[in-house]
Design a protein around this ligand. Sequence first.
Ligand SMILES: NC(=O)c1ccc[n+]([C@@H]2O[C@H](COP(=O)([O-])OP(=O)(O)OC[C@H]3O[C@@H](n4cnc5c(N)ncnc54)[C@H](OP(=O)(O)O)[C@@H]3O)[C@@H](O)[C@H]2O)c1
Length: 334
Amino acid sequence: MKALQITGYGDLKAHLAINEVEKPSVSEHQVLIEIYAASTNPIDYKIVEGALKQVIKLKFPAPIGFDVAGVVVAKGQSVTHLEIGDEIFSRVPSNAPGTFAEYIAIDSDVVIKKPANIDFAAAASIPLVGLTTVQCFDKARLKAGDKVLIHAGSGGVGTFAIQYAKAKGAYVYTTTSTKNVEWVKELGADRVIDYKTENYAAIAKDLDIVYDTLGGDYTLEAFKVIKKGGTVVSIAGDLDEFTAKDLGLNKLIRLLLALKRRKITRQAKAKTAHYYFVLMDPNASQLADIKTLIERQLIKPVIDKVYPLSNAVEALLHQKSGHAKGKIVIGMKA
Ligand SMILES: NC(=O)c1ccc[n+]([C@@H]2O[C@H](COP(=O)([O-])OP(=O)(O)OC[C@H]3O[C@@H](n4cnc5c(N)ncnc54)[C@H](OP(=O)(O)O)[C@@H]3O)[C@@H](O)[C@H]2O)c1
């Protein structure tokens, strides 16, 4: 079968190749999925470029891709909740990437039937960004009536997060640039802030939750707009101590991270606010809740472009541009 493989760390064009590899077979708890669509995420190009070397160690050639939608074509004898022919979607386990390929064999625990009302491309666009958002808002204890700021509302995470927070009854502020303002409004955000012409910190104030999808200065700035006792939950800023420990980072690295984070820690204390970094995990029960929201049409996937597998590198370069409008999909049969 054909699979995109990482051949070494560095530049995307030079270190990715579509190779002919052996079609996997299933073990007792696994399903073999014929992949109809996969979606890209920033983590994919970051892995190739070596930005996550400390935590994700690769043996080359290495597989790539975490989001999948497809059809079950074989299953191990212990798999009871799925049948051959089922149309599924999943965020595959971090130690088993490889969805930019024609087939993947993965643990059935993280695989569920896809929403019936969307196609494979749309289904593949959801798991990673959806689970990340659910886990972040769970951590921040989102409740109806909360005032929430979601940065980068036009991105893969943002387009899902706006709709999810609205479905949970929040008042949603979001940021994007001029060209995206009108269509992002249609996702339901109460106030879309044009970061090219407006200062978000002068508009979104006294917030219960900031969902920091940008990192850098935005993480620290979040404490200016959060109310006392509020929560800044980041997926792109500095690791918190809990996540650093969870990743198995040694004491010296954790100390360096604590030093790097010291302004955040100080600001959080001054505001009696919470700061969390969330590293998403595959989770079938949360994915089932997301599926229900999609079937109730409370969340609609937003797709920027579908690329064939043969143009997967182009898809990743598009993702790396930092200006995707929703999700980028790689279609094998979609
Ligand atoms: N920790 C985790 O488990 C986890 C999980 C998922 C994602 N992430 C991280 O979260 C980040 C976001 O992911 P994503 O998939 O949403 O990325 P993405 O789809 O590539 O985000 C692109 C969007 O960001 C917007 N944007 C860029 N600069 C902006 C700014 N200054 N203000 C507001 N919007 C801005 C762009 O809008 P314009 O074109 O209008 O600028 C574009 O629509 C990435 O760093 C990713 O690695 C982490």
